[in-house]
Design a protein around this ligand. Structure first.
Ligand code: COA
Length: 251
């Protein structure tokens, strides 16, 4: 959940008590205090547990590009499980890199801690599935939310910040933004290190393919998809309505 620019982890209620639902992680500020109006006439109180994560999210700006390029290099080199270092070096700047179109579209996010960018990732309403400005499959045609899946693009976290929930927080922001623009499905091309994050967030692998690299070799990646839960009060999109009509004609 995003709150005034800070990411606050969830909390759960058990009886009168509010219990943190996340295990504390490095550098977290954990605030415990009585919930307003929590004490009842038997003297039992409940505690409000807020876990304030140590990073904040904001939209990327064009002036972030040099810092993003540096972060992507550090991330891809430091978290390259499944790839050789030759593959990563050849992929940087083409398959792995900044797509400034997302920044211009306002669909790319950065995670910052103490003014330093420690993670990035975004979504897109354009056709390109993966790659930088100089990627092998660049096609900036607009997608139609009624029939197409929004793209999830270019997630990178600094190795020192891995497994701190940054990838998940950015993905959540992307899913919410894509849903708010009427998309009901998401699609992405995951690097091998990325597959585990996306699986944990409900994406399913559809096909494994090889992205061409400038040195003539290739980078194995995995196309993954996810259907977003339907939001209360939203109408099903055209394709869902069409499917429903076909279905009712068949039954
Ligand atoms: C993929 C990446 C963005 C994940 O970012 P992250 O901030 O570390 O991810 P999160 O902390 O939100 O992880 C959420 C969950 O995903 C799964 N996960 C993520 N990385 C994992 C790993 N290396 N091993 C096992 N599970 C992993 C876990 O279930 C994790 O939850 P847990 O830590 O409570 O077990 C990061 O590893 C990265 O930058 N990799 C290098 C660049 C890259 O390949 N990016 C993907 C481009 S498609």
């Amino acid at each position: 959940m995003n709150f005034d620019g800070a990411t606050i982890a969830g909390f759960a209620r058990w009886g009168d008590h509010v219990i943190a639902s996340h295990k504390p992680r490095r550098n977290e500020i954990i605030a415990w205090g009585p919930e307003p109006g929590a004490f009842n006439n038997r003297g039992w109180g409940s505690l409000l547990a807020l876990i304030v994560m140590h990073f904040t999210l904001r939209k990327a700006r064009l002036e972030d590009v040099p810092a993003l390029t540096a972060l992507i290099g550090e991330s891809a080199r430091g978290l390259r499980e499944g790839y050789s270092s030759d593959q990563v070096e050849a992929a940087l700047g083409t398959v792995l890199g900044v797509d400034t179109q997302l920044t211009s579209d306002g669909t790319y996010f950065v995670a910052e801690s103490e003014g330093k960018i420690v993670g990035c990732g975004g979504w897109s309403k354009r056709n390109t599935l993966f790659g930088s400005d100089h990627g092998p499959v660049k096609n900036d045609a607009w997608l139609d939310p009624a029939v197409d899946a929004a793209r999830i693009r270019a997630f990178f976290v600094h190795p020192a910040w891995a497994r701190q929930g940054i990838g998940s927080a950015i993905l959540q922001a992307c899913e919410e933004a894509a849903a708010a623009e009427g998309f009901s499905r998401l699609e992405l091309a995951a690097t091998l290190p990325g597959v585990l994050l996306y699986q944990a967030r409900g994406f399913e692998a559809r096909e494994r393919f090889a992205a061409p690299l400038p040195n003539g070799k290739s980078l194995p990646i995995v196309r993954m998809v996810k259907t977003l839960p339907s939001r209360p009060g939203t109408r099903p999109n055209a394709s869902a309505r069409q499917r429903k009509r076909v279905h009712s004609r068949m039954t």
